[in-house]
Every structure is written in structure tokens, then in C-alpha cells.
Design a protein around this ligand. Structure first.
Ligand SMILES: [Zn+2]
Ligand SMILES: [Zn+2]
Length: 143
């Protein structure tokens, strides 16, 4: 599948080819910290098809949960996570792109969950949490 993405502020755009069967949801503590959320959803994009406009900031995590050093790339302006990859010169063999920045994210449903040991206990029961179209917390209500 052809994919196109942009960070929140638009300074960085990417495109490439991704296999929807490879979409993975990761519950590891690195992904929780790196997203500021409960988990991360990513899809690999081969280096041969990956194109990027703009210059991300890169952070080398040498003690990733996986045990392998990983480059984390994110927008230096808005902080949106863009991808992770193995250390070395571009192009890398593969870029693990963050699905939340992709225009096609509606069609990129996770096919597997990994690092479930560190999953937040409520994620499996998320459907039971009160649902609303608008924020119900008073301070988040649009004024
Ligand atoms: Zn940005
Ligand atoms: Zn992870």
C-alpha cells in the first residue's frame, strides 16, 4: 500500500510502500515513554521506497527494551514521532513508521500486539471506558 504522512506541524512529510499485514501495536515501556501514551502503532517501510522531506531530530536509544540500539526520529518543531530504524547512514534497510502520522491510518489496523507484558491493564477493556464525541472534562471543553 502506498502511504503518505506528515508530522503535526507539517515540517516533515514522508511517503513509501507499506504492507498492511505488518502493522504492529507495541506495548513496550520505550513506546509508552516515546509517545507519552499507552502504546505505539507502527508499520515497516522498506528503505528502497521510503522518501522524506524535512529534517527530523534523531535520538539514539542504546538500551531499548528489545536490547538493540534504535534511532528514534521525530519532528524537532512539533515533536511528532516519525519512525525508528537501525543506526547507520541513510538509507537504512527499513524504517518503522508511526501509523498515527499517516493519511492511510484508517486502513492500517494492527495485526499483532507485542510486549504485552508491559501493557497498561486498561487497554484490553478500553471499550468499557465512558465514551463521548466531545470532551467531558470541563477544562477541555471548547469555549
Ligand atoms: Zn512537525
Ligand atoms: Zn515498543
Amino acid at each position: 500500500m502506498r502511504i503518505e504522512g506528515r508530522c503535526h506541524c507539517g515540517a516533515i512529510t514522508i511517503e513509501g510502500e507499506a504492507d498492511p499485514e505488518q502493522v504492529t501495536l507495541c506495548h513496550c515501556t520505550d513506546c509508552q515513554t516515546g509517545t507519552g501514551s499507552a502504546f505505539r502503532v507502527s508499520v515497516p517501510v522498506s528503505g528502497a521506497t521510503f522518501k522524506m522531506m524535512g529534517q527530523p531530530a534523531r535520538y539514539l536509544k542504546t538500551t531499548a527494551d528489545s536490547g538493540n540500539p534504535r534511532i528514534q526520529a521525530f519532528c524537532p518543531t512539533c515533536g511528532a514521532p516519525i519512525y525508528s530504524t537501525s543506526p547507520g547512514d541513510d538509507p537504512r534497510p527499513s524504517y518503522t513508521v508511526r501509523v498515527g502520522i499517516l493519511r492511510q491510518r484508517d486502513r492500517l489496523t494492527p495485526k499483532r500486539q507485542i510486549w504485552v507484558r508491559s501493557a497498561r491493564p486498561w487497554v484490553t477493556e478500553i471499550a468499557a471506558i465512558e465514551r463521548s464525541e466531545l470532551p467531558t472534562v470541563p477544562s477541555l471543553k471548547p469555549s
